[in-house]
Design a protein around this ligand. Sequence first.
Ligand code: 5AD
Ligand code: SF4
Length: 469
Amino acid sequence: MTIATEKPKTMPTQTANMTKNKKLYIKTWGCQMNVYDSNRMVDILSSLGYKPSDTPEDADMMILNTCHIREKATDKVFSELGRLKPHKEAKEAKGEKMLIAVAGCVAQAEGDFILERAPYVDLVFGPQTYHELPEMVLKANGDDRVVNTEFPEVSKFDFLPEEHTIEGASAYLSIQEGCDKFCTFCVVPYTRGAEYSRTAQEVVDEAKRLVDQGALEIILLGQNVNAYHGTGPDGKTWGLADLCYAINEIDGLERIRYSTSHPRDMDDALIEAHALPKMMPFLHLPVQSGSDRILKAMNRKHKADLYRDIIAKLRKARPDIAFSSDFIIGFPGETEEDFEQTLQLAKDVGYASCYSFKYSARPGTPAANLQAALVSDQIASERLSRFQAVINESQAAFNKSCEGLVMPILFDRKGKKPGQLSGRSPYFQSVYVEGNERLIGSIQNVKITNGFDNSLTGQLELLDGVVNG
Ligand code: 5AD
Ligand code: SF4
C-alpha cells in the first residue's frame, strides 16, 4: 500500500491525544543528512506526543534511519530488526503497541522486500516522505502496514515544523537534496531522487532560528551541496556562495561549513567565499580517484588535474585551508598504475583527514554491470591498506603540526574521561581538554599540547577571566 501525498500538516487533535507522552527511539546510519533527517523526524513526531529516548527498551516507536551507500546495508538493517523484535514482543505481551519503522535509503530501495521478510515491521518510508509521518503513524497505529517510497510532487521542506531540534552548538541545515550527477558507482540519484534546492529565504530564515536557539556553527548539507541553486529573495538564482555571504551576516553565528561537495561545482565565486571570516578553513571535497581513466569510468566528468587546480585556487583564496576527501579503491578496471595515480594525488594534496572505501557494487547502478576487469577482493584490500597508510601518515603529520597553536574550539560534549570536554577545531579535529561542563556550547581558545593520530589534546587559555572553566 502507498499512501497519498496530500495531507493535512498536523494530525487531528483526537489522534494526537491518543499518542501523548510516547517514547521514540531512532537509530541513524550514514551521512550527516540522515542525522538532520532524524532530528526533523523527532520534531515532527513531537507534535504527536513522541519524546526521544536513548534506548529501544519500552519504546512506543522505533525508527531505523538507514543508509544504502555501501555494502551490506540491507543485511545490517535486518540484523538490527532482529535485535529489536524481542522488545516489540515483550511490549505486545503486556497488551501495548510498539511500531517498528524503517526509513532512509534502504527503505527507499528495498521497501516491499523489508515488509515481506520482516512481518513485524509496521512502516517503511523513503527520505522524501518524512513530512507525511503523522498520517503514516495514524495508519500504522490503526493496524495497517505502510510502505511509502514515493517521490512526492510537494517538497517535504514545505511541511516540516519550524521548531528544530539541535544538539550542542553545532547545527545541521539541509539546503539541497538529491543528485543529478549519476556517478556510475552511486545509489544516491536513485534513493534520494532528483536534485532539489530550497529557496534562499527559507534557508536564511532557518539559519537565523538555529542561531536564536544557540547554534554557533551551521553546517549546510546536501548530497551535492555546492550544486545548490535556489531562488533568492531578489528573484535571481542564488548559488552556494551567495548563501554563504548571507549567512555570514547573521549576528551570533561564528562558523560556517558545508558538505558534501563535487569538484565540478566549485565555481570561482564559491572559492572566493572561503575567504569569509566565518567560513571554516576546512573543506571536504571528495575526488574518488586520481586516475583520469577511472574518473571517466566513474562518470565524475573531470580530470585529476582539475581537482589539483581547484585545491590550488582554494589555497590562494584561503591560505590556512586544509582538506579531506573520499576515495574509492578497487573500482572495476583499476590497474596498479591507476591506483598509483590515486596514491600520488593523495600525497600531492596532503590531506588533514580522509575517508577511503573498497568499491562495492550497488544494485541498480551502472558500475554494477561492469563485468570485465573486476578487481579481486584481495588486491582491493591490499591497495586499501596501502592507501590508508599514506593517509594516516598525512593525518598524523597534520595533527602534529598543530602542537603549540592556539585554536578556537567549539565544545559540544563531555569527553570520555571524567572532567574532560570534547570539541571541534576549525579543521574538524576532535580536541580533548580538562574543563568545566558549563563550557559545552561555547567556543574557547585552547593551546594544543599533543597532536595524536586521530585527535588533539590541549589546555584552555585564559579568556574572559575563566581558566580551565
Ligand atoms: N562503493 C564504495 N564506496 C562508495 N561510495 C559511494 N558509493 C560507493 C560504492 N558503491 C563512497 C564515495 C562517496 C562516499 C559517501 O561513499 O566515496 O563519496
Ligand atoms: Fe553520488 Fe555524489 Fe556522484 Fe551524486 S555526485 S552520484 S551523490 S557520488
